[in-house]
Design a protein around this ligand. Structure first.
Ligand code: PSU
Length: 304
């Protein structure tokens, strides 16, 4: 059974032993409004190419798991309404039923690993939501990091989560959380989330070697890289925190639950910051794509 389809560009890169970076699609369908979602998706792919690697945006279209989308497929996905959000549990059901869906961090890691892609760039990962002690809302992204050997380059856990609890769960699961180039753990829109990062590395080659060592030791799972958003584009923690608090109150009042929480909060924070949160989100995703491309280039030079 053919499980996935490679785009020509990705297939060509793999044949030639060139660096490939996986990209997710939930950020396109649920993380940003149209048309900025499409512009960003194209821009991020171009950033990966400009940094010397090949982008593989991942999504399920009419039941087929695509690793690398054509320009027309990317366009259609960005314009589509009501696209499913696929995590580990939903991916096989969507594919078996011939459906269309965007992949979250968890599902993108699964697809990347199947296709032999070791590094993946996103914005922020899902984690332990605030109030999880009663809602039990913990993203499947955390479990995936514990079992699938892909390096995920993020700007840290999304600031709307309970970051201390997210770190605790990642520690329990044995997932390395590595700040890139600084001691503080970045938190998505802010360079300093107010906590020290458990680990720090300063060069892409160190990140590439750390993942290979993990595999060599027989340890399952990947690693989470937390790459701070470029300073000119950040929203400092003191500024974003009251806005997050307000969006969370609105979500609770309106009974928003489960998979709808993150898209609802991102949308409200966009409105409450008059669009600034989106500019920051775009900047950090592009920054992560560039770092992921640098790691991918180191990986192709390391012995397998
Ligand atoms: N990064 C962003 N925007 C997003 C996401 C990541 O900048 O929308 C998506 C990712 O796909 C991640 C998902 O897996 O949000 C987490 O959703 P949840 O909190 O429902 O697990």
């Amino acid at each position: 059974m053919t499980l996935f389809t490679l785009s020509d560009e990705v297939a060509g890169a793999q044949n030639e032993g060139r660096a490939v970076v996986a990209l997710e699609s939930t950020i396109i369908t649920h993380g940003m409004p149209y048309p900025q979602n499409l512009e960003t998706a194209r821009q991020v792919e171009d950033d990966v190419r400009a940094a010397g690697a090949v982008p593989a945006t991942i999504a399920v279209i009419d039941g087929t798991l695509h690793v690398g989308l054509s320009a027309a497929q990317l366009d259609a996905l960005a314009r589509a309404k009501g696209v499913a959000k696929l995590s580990r549990a939903d991916l096989p059901v969507c594919m078996a039923g011939g459906g269309t869906g965007a992949t979250t961090v968890a599902a993108t890691m699964i697809a990347a690993n199947l296709a032999g892609i070791e590094v993946f760039a996103t914005g922020g990962i899902g984690g332990v939501h605030r109030g999880a002690e009663t809602s039990m809302d913990v993203s499947a992204d955390l479990q995936e990091l514990a079992q699938t050997p892909v390096t995920v380059v993020s700007a840290g856990p999304k600031a709307l989560l309970d970051i201390p609890l997210t770190l605790e769960v990642l520690e329990t699961l044995g997932v390395p959380v590595i700040a890139f180039g600084q001691d503080a753990l970045p938190a998505f829109w802010s360079r300093d989330g107010g906590l020290a990062a458990p680990l720090r590395l300063d060069r892409p080659v160190q990140l590439a070697k750390a993942q290979r060592m993990r595999v060599a030791l027989g340890l399952p799972g990947g690693q989470l890289v937390a790459n701070p958003v470029p300073a000119p584009d950040e929203i400092p923690r003191e500024e974003i925190e009251p806005i997050i608090a307000r969006a969370l109150t609105e979500a609770a009042e309106q009974g928003i639950a489960a998979k709808a929480v993150t898209p609802f909060l991102l949308d409200r924070i966009f409105a409450l910051t008059a669009g600034r949160s989106l500019s920051t989100n775009i900047s950090l995703v592009r920054n992560n794509a560039r770092l992921a491309a640098a790691i991918a280039q180191e990986l192709v030079q390391l012995p397998a």
